[in-house]
Write a protein that binds this ligand. Sequence first.
Ligand code: NDP
Ligand code: DGY
Length: 322
Amino acid sequence: MAPKKVFSSYFLTEDAQKRLESLGYDLDQSSADQLPRTEFLRRVKGVHGIICDSACQVDAETLDAAGDTLQVISTHSVGYNHVDLAEAHRRGIQTGHTPDVLTDAVADLALTLILMVLRRVVEAAAVIPTGQWCNQPTWMLGRQLRGKAVGIVGLGRIGEGVAQRLRGFGVSRILYSGRRPREEAALRAGANFVSFDELVRQSDVVCICCSLNDSTYHLFTYDVFKLMKPTAVIINISRGGVIKQEDLVSALANKIIGGAGLDVMTPEPLPTDSHLLKYPNCVLLPHIGSATVEAREAMGHLCVDNLQAGLEGKPLPNPIPM
Ligand code: NDP
Ligand code: DGY
């Protein structure tokens, strides 16, 4: 029997890659930093399995391009807003993702961003090459986390990880919002369920940890930023689409909020002439939430587990919930 054909939009980390190569598939992998859409569509033609990430739209056009050989889509991400689940399901194609193993890495990065924004780390570090240090006690003042109210939008796996870390910083309150209370997670995390408006009004730090879906697309608009405290900061480790980005630019320009820390934005990569780059109180990172050796190896293995099960016609160990 001919080996199953697999297209992967990139190479995995060392161990997971070796395992993928050892499975005997007819493997085509891209080494491009940004795989052009036309090439992606060309290379998935006739494959049985696709490994992709959140940068690849796996929609009806992709499924049409792959054709009826396709059995499994294994995304190397926990987020799955880029996969048309209903369409895949309709065609009997299994879909898998990589939950849990990246939670610590992303929650760590959320805390990193919170502290970078509150303590003006990027602004301060930029002084070093200029030599323009200042000894005045009023210079380069940031704010501390102790005693602050932190609002988590989406108390899922990562949201809970953020809440757990925050407790060590002596925050005054942890609030969360969502489509429904998550009582067990809230109890573990010491977080209180409030409405979205209450969360936005009361928090000194708002941390976006939800998935991107119809209810969260452009959740943060200029009107919402106006509800925030003028000193409050917004952190986003979720997906760029949760924030209406031009409204964030206006909020920063008009000093409606205290600052922003974003690991995700729209589009990615962010154009180098983006207005977001103008504001020293806006810290930007290139979507590195899960970029640790530990998380990426574990993600790679889950991704291969899902692929292998799907190609063998078995239930996936980590199916994307429908
Ligand atoms: P989970 O599914 O565990 O959590 C997602 C949470 O989003 C759920 O608690 C859900 O709560 C909440 N949510 C959905 N809709 C809303 C809403 N309208 N308002 C508030 N909360 C909402 O996923 P993870 O925690 O594992 O991952 C979360 C997201 O983080 C991923 O979907 C991905 O987009 C992003 N991510 C980013 C990374 C990065 O590199 N920056 C790395 C990994 C993930 P409920 O259903 O109760 O509303
Ligand atoms: C995820 O796992 O969802 C990350 O954002 C990687 O794309």
